[in-house]
Design a protein around this ligand. Structure first.
Ligand SMILES: Cc1cc2nc3c(=O)[nH]c(=O)nc-3n(C[C@H](O)[C@H](O)[C@H](O)COP(=O)(O)OP(=O)(O)OC[C@H]3O[C@@H](n4cnc5c(N)ncnc54)[C@H](O)[C@@H]3O)c2cc1C
Length: 441
């Protein structure tokens, strides 16, 4: 069956897409009966963790391990723990993860702006699927916080510092030995400008993102794949636009925007494009690519300057890792399960991973548990959920931003107009209702 022939089936399946959210598991936890006391003979004072990567996942893991009593070091390759000046959409599960890392609501409120997912529109701005979010049970599920990545990163760094995490920047990790739970320690080697360093640790967290050096060494041969799409993104000054999230679907492209603060809007334009292909004038190309779309999109691109615009080709890790643990290494965030951005769950699941490392591994060992059992429990907890979310992001891309032109667009749109928006919210509820596992569960 050709791609074209499959499209009708695909579009029909799309109507039931949200039913898939039932495959996302609610957190459970390892039975205490399954935990042996071996590693825990060592005093908690001696338990050491090295986190490779000081991004969202790495800082979250460092905070949670340090709060569980571990002596924790973060190795970050960039000179100053910097972050891109783009926005990120954090759904409710991401906010729950931030709270579980000790960030209070006042701090979280300073990081971003709460918006509501209102549904999807076609490129001219006509509703394809409208989600009636006036009812509290719907708005609870459809709430999304637009955050500036730099502010989120700064808050996580402050939480790490407050928890006593040692942070080393300009440290490019080049070699990893995973060690054995109950046996050899893990070893990590890194280079700074002028020197080479090595450290032994009880736990090594691979949080070094899409092009993970830890993954390359511990799971050789598993490489990111180009998604076929690239994305322009910008944060621009704005005080006038409606605060609700905008999502427009056109042939082979998606345009989205959301408020980050009273004075900033973040927009992205995601579109099919050959890998690595550049434009002589990126801003002119963005204006031309989204010309004729709904006025909200055109106005935002028009209001953007060349220096505010960035573009990145979008990669993902199809299928994710076959296990998130090996030896004394635990893999988290994009290094373990980089998904397409179409579900807006990359940062949220990175935060969930980080919070769960401290609770299920750090917390278990605080109770005298065996490291291998705690790591296996972490894998069983996280992998099915992250795998399901990444799969849904692929489905979402295929029927949304990646769907080609011609008859596919009106057919997809007509079918989606039959889907009740309230049902979408109901079926999305398990995904955002994530709760951190109890420490030592
Ligand atoms: C276009 C686009 C839009 C997106 N939009 C959203 C969105 O709206 N909502 C959302 O939730 N997610 C979104 N995401 C995904 C989200 O950004 C990622 O999932 C998230 O940043 C992953 O965090 P991480 O900490 O795992 O990886 P990263 O943020 O990549 O952090 C990895 C860190 O490791 C460091 N590092 C790398 N190699 C080494 C090494 N060898 N030694 C030491 N340090 C190293 C890096 O410098 C970096 O600081 C988007 C992604 C893309 C591409």
């Amino acid at each position: 069956m050709s791609y074209d022939d499959r499209s009708t089936m695909i579009v029909l399946q799309l109507s039931y897409y949200y039913a898939c959210t039932g495959t996302v598991r609610e957190p459970g936890g390892l039975s205490r009966r399954g935990v042996r006391a071996t590693e825990g003979k060592r005093s908690m004072r001696e338990m050491t963790a090295t986190v490779v990567g000081g991004g969202i996942a790495g800082l979250a893991a460092a905070v949670s391990l340090a709060r569980a009593g571990w002596s924790t070091t973060v190795l970050e390759r960039s000179a100053g723990f910097g972050e891109l000046g783009a926005g990120v959409a954090l759904p409710r599960n991401g906010i729950t993860a931030l709270r579980s890392l000790g960030l209070d609501d006042d701090t979280i409120a300073t990081l971003g702006h709460e918006s509501l997912v209102t549904g999807f529109r076609n490129l001219r701005g006509r509703w394809i699927l409208r989600i009636p979010n006036e009812r509290p049970e719907v708005s609870r599920v459809m709430a999304v916080w637009g955050m500036h990545r730099a502010r989120l990163h700064t808050a996580l760094r402050a939480a790490a510092e407050a928890a006593g995490v040692r942070m080393i920047c300009g440290a490019r990790v080049s070699e990893v030995h995973p060690g054995t739970p109950g046996g050899k320690a893990a070893v990590v080697a890194w280079r700074t400008d002028d020197d080479e360093h090595r450290i032994e640790c009880d736990l090594l967290v691979g949080a070094d993102g899409m092009r993970s050096a830890v993954r390359e060494q511990v799971f050789p041969g598993i490489e990111p794949a180009y998604s076929g799409s690239t994305s322009w993104r910008a944060v621009i000054p704005d005080t006038a636009s409606d605060g609700n999230l905008i999502e427009l679907w056109g042939p082979g492209a998606e345009f989205g925007a959301m408020r980050l603060s009273d004075s900033e809007i973040y927009w992205y334009g995601y579109f099919r494009h050959p890998r690595g292909a550049t434009f002589a004038d990126e801003l002119a190309a963005a204006r031309s690519r989204f010309a004729g779309w709904a006025p909200q999109a055109v106005d935002l691109v028009e209001a953007t300057s060349a220096s505010q615009l960035m573009r990145h080709d979008v990669y993902h890790l199809p299928g994710g890792l076959p296990s998130y643990v090996r030896g004394r290494v635990v893999m988290i965030g994009d290094a373990a399960h980089a998904a397409l951005p179409t579900m807006g769950q990359g940062a949220a699941t990175a935060l969930e991973d980080g919070a769960t490392v401290g609770r299920m591994i750090g917390g278990h060992l605080a109770d005298g548990a065996d490291l291998a059992a705690a790591m296996a429990a972490f894998d069983a907890e996280r992998r099915p959920r992250c795998h399901a979310i990444a799969r849904q992001a692929t489905v979402m891309a295929r029927y949304g931003a990646d769907l080609g032109g011609g008859w596919r667009q009106p057919v997809r749109n007509a079918l989606l107009r039959l889907v009740p928006g309230a049902a979408v919210a109901r079926s999305a509820a398990p995904l955002v209702a994530w709760r951190p596992p109890a420490t030592g569960s």
